[in-house]
Write a protein that binds this ligand. Structure first.
Ligand code: HEM
Length: 521
């Protein structure tokens, strides 16, 4: 698939979405007729997947009945039958979310997700989310863990080849940093050993094995979530599981349970001997299980699911944001030069950038915002359900409707953003129309972390990681492409799937640009 925005594939979609939103807004109220709502048209010109109970505005989709047939159809799976490109990918994601997440993840695959992610309106689950926030996200916690991030980044700088010849897959190195930061905050242990990418020997092996298992599980989930289960549409196939999808689901779920339970078990053992300041997030959660004053019970299963959620939601998202940021800078050399000039002016070349410098790096902030705008980790948010009936654009929305918000479309809406498909960090600088727009959920035109009570609880930690990693990599190295490729030749296409991931991992050649010696030990 071509680059989603340089090819302009997104553009028509965005316009259609905008037009449909306006059309919807201008329609008369049909309060008592929500069951006979005429569909407003699909994003794809094929028209597959329509139901009479859909409202598809491009920005927000509401699905009352999950009876889509479209996900059977290749062109709705991101295929290339008529109009390949972003429209179909997004159409397929819509199908995926409407058909699969509500059914597969919440019912058959994943009580883990059900516990925390999909039913977080019960007091116990809201409490869990609060603990996740307190443990990972508060200003105090972020300050206390700045040195942890600095240590992990130093490990990365020591390991990363910077001989000016070797093509480096940046994603792998950033992955080690992010996974270790998270695992240390959650489990007080580094998940990936130093040298994991090269060595994998001796006592490093056990940790590597655990992380390998985790990756395999994540890959398994991603793969099977794109498959079509005939049983979702033809009841008889639900009984016989002809494709073996459900048996694979159960196997994945057992492995997820085993993965998380092992961690909980290890912590139950350690807890007997660990002091207050040694406690990690799992210890805190286990303590809460014994707290009778909460008014609700936190179960073993909920602790496991909190661990699984934090790992699965927190690792890839931040890694891909950094990879996109570096890729965009390489693709747009003027952005790279401006970012490095700012780093040189604010930090200089005789020391490495630190987290205390980040508030002074306005252009770096603008780059990261622009990355979150053009490449939000999850372009279509997880489905939300409205608890109470409400009215939107004059339509009655019954309680229990799945609401799917397309933050990807909103962030490329030409009615809101000038040149929406162009990577232009300047739009967020002082004096520009979006100077005050942030990514924290206050401005609905830019919602890469969602908003409201379901907003990402890892937002503070993510921003801290993405900012310092991007700044360190831009300040520390001159970047070039292998085989003398020109910046404009860099493939900026996205892979298919529910996350916004580069289709080809970025491979680049790094040459030190600071006047201090590289970290060797
Ligand atoms: C660049 C990094 C990240 C991005 C772009 C991101 C984005 C998101 C988004 C869009 C949602 C869904 C919000 C909604 O449906 O309204 C979400 C949910 C979530 N995120 Fe993140 N996230 C990131 C990193 C993290 C980290 C580091 C953690 C924690 C360790 C985390 C934990 C979670 C959890 C647990 C949820 C589910 C919350 C719920 O259902 O109530 N995320 N994230």
């Amino acid at each position: 698939m071509e680059c989603c925005y340089s090819s302009g594939a997104w553009h028509p979609f965005s316009q259609v979405a905008h037009k449909q939103t306006q059309e919807l807004a201008s329609r008369p109220s049909r309060s008592s007729h929500h069951r006979s709502l005429a569909p407003l048209g699909q994003v794809s010109s094929s028209g597959h997947g329509k139901t009479g109970e859909d409202i598809w505005t491009g920005d927000v989709t509401m699905v009352r009945a999950t009876t889509h047939c479209g996900s059977f159809h290749p062109c709705c799976r991101g295929g290339d039958s008529q109009d390949s490109g972003r429209q179909f990918l997004r159409a397929s994601q819509k199908q995926l979310f409407t058909n699969y997440f509500p059914r597969r993840y919440s019912s058959s695959l994943c009580p883990l997700l059900e516990d925390v992610t999909f039913q977080c309106d019960t007091p116990a689950r809201l409490h869990l989310k609060k603990i996740l926030h307190i443990q990972l996200n508060t200003a105090k916690q972020l300050k206390n863990t700045a040195s942890l991030r600095a240590v992990e980044i130093a490990h990365m700088l020591r390991m990363i080849p910077q001989d000016g010849k070797t093509a480096v897959s940046v994603r792998n190195y950033v992955d080690v940093v992010v996974t270790n930061i998270l695992s240390f905050m959650i489990l007080k242990k580094r998940f990936m050993a130093v040298g994991a990418l090269h060595a994998g020997q001796g006592d490093e092996l056990a940790e590597l094995e655990q992380v390998r298992q985790f990756r395999l599980l994540m890959e398994g989930i991603a793969k099977f979530s794109l498959e079509n289960d005939y049983g979702d549409f033809i009841p008889i196939f639900k009984l016989i599981d002809i494709q073996g999808i459900r048996s694979r689901m159960w196997s994945i779920r057992e492995q997820m349970d085993a993965f998380a339970s092992k961690i909980v078990f290890e912590h139950l053992e350690q807890r007997k001997s660990c002091s207050l300041h040694e406690k990690d997030m799992v210890h805190v959660l286990l303590d809460q299980m014994e707290d009778d004053t909460l008014g609700f019970k936190i179960t073993n299963q909920m602790v496991s699911s909190a661990v699984w959620n934090a790992f699965s939601a927190g690792t890839d998202t931040a890694v891909h944001a950094v990879e996109w940021a570096i890729s965009e800078c390489m693709h747009n050399p003027n952005v790279m030069s401006k970012a490095q000039a700012e780093l040189d002016a604010v930090v200089g070349k005789s020391r490495r950038v630190e987290e205390s410098d980040i508030p002074n790096l306005k252009y770096l902030h603008a780059i990261c915002k622009e990355v979150f705008r053009l490449h939000p980790a999850s372009p279509i948010l997880f489905p939300h359900w409205n608890k109470n009936a409400c009215m939107l654009f004059g339509y009655d929305i019954p309680a229990g409707t799945s609401v799917i918000v397309n933050v990807g479309a909103i962030a490329r809406d030409p009615g809101i953003w000038e040149d929406p498909l162009v990577f232009k960090p300047e739009r967020f600088l002082e004096g520009m129309p979006h100077a005050n727009t942030d990514v924290q959920g206050h401005h609905f035109e830019l919602l890469p972390f969602g908003t409201g009570r379901r907003q990402c609880p890892g937002i503070g930690l993510s921003l801290a990681m993405v900012h310092i990693l991007t700044a360190t990599l831009l300040q520390g190295f001159d970047w070039s492409l292998p085989k003398d490729l020109r910046p404009e030749d860099l493939n900026m296409a996205e892979a298919e799937g529910i996350l916004s991931v580069r289709a080809e991992p970025l491979r680049a050649i790094l040459k030190p640009r600071l006047s201090i010696p590289p970290i060797v030990n």
